[in-house]
Design a binder for this molecule. Structure first.
Ligand code: 13P
Length: 152
């Protein structure tokens, strides 16, 4: 795979997702980091996004609920380069019916090399890093070269 770069602007597109047992943890994290989050475009899966919007007053675009396709919607946005950071408190102790979608979302975040936090400690590290506040450049797969190679 050849790589190219993508610039993440200072004002980022941040996706917020939490499984049910982790929703309180993510809500509390959003409340603690409301000021930092307020500088960015926020979206989330249906329930998570709506709860954050209602409880913090932050503007959050709510996609579909995760089990109904929300993880897939966010994954598609990542593949299109429209999400810059994923904060996903997924549940390691309880099964969810849409596990393939969860894996797909985490997989695409890795494929497209976006910064991901899957727990509070890493979310804290991310919010304190320059990634959160500055324009940064990430390496991403060079899709045009990938396609050109496959069709020649
Ligand atoms: O299931 C989820 C992520 O996999 C989250 O969905 P909700 O935010 O709708 O609960």
């Amino acid at each position: 795979m050849q790589f190219t770069t993508r610039t993440l602007k200072a004002k980022k597109n941040i996706a917020l997702v939490a499984h049910d047992h982790l929703k309180t943890a993510l809500l509390n994290w959003c409340k603690s980091n409301k000021e930092e989050l307020s500088h960015h475009h926020l979206c989330g899966t249906g329930t998570t996004g709506t709860l954050i919007k209602n409880e913090t007053g932050l503007e959050v675009k709510a996609m579909l609920s995760g089990p109904m396709g929300g993880d897939q919607q966010i994954g598609a946005l990542i593949a299109e380069g429209k999400i810059d950071i994923l904060i996903f408190f997924w549940d390691p102790l309880n099964a969810v019916p849409h596990d393939p979608d969860v894996k797909a979302l985490l997989r695409l975040a890795t494929v497209w090399n976006i910064p991901v936090a899957t727990n509070q400690a890493t979310a804290n590290a991310l919010v304190q890093s320059q990634i959160f506040t500055n324009e940064v450049t990430i390496d991403i797969p060079d899709y045009q070269r990938y396609l050109a190679e496959r069709v020649k």
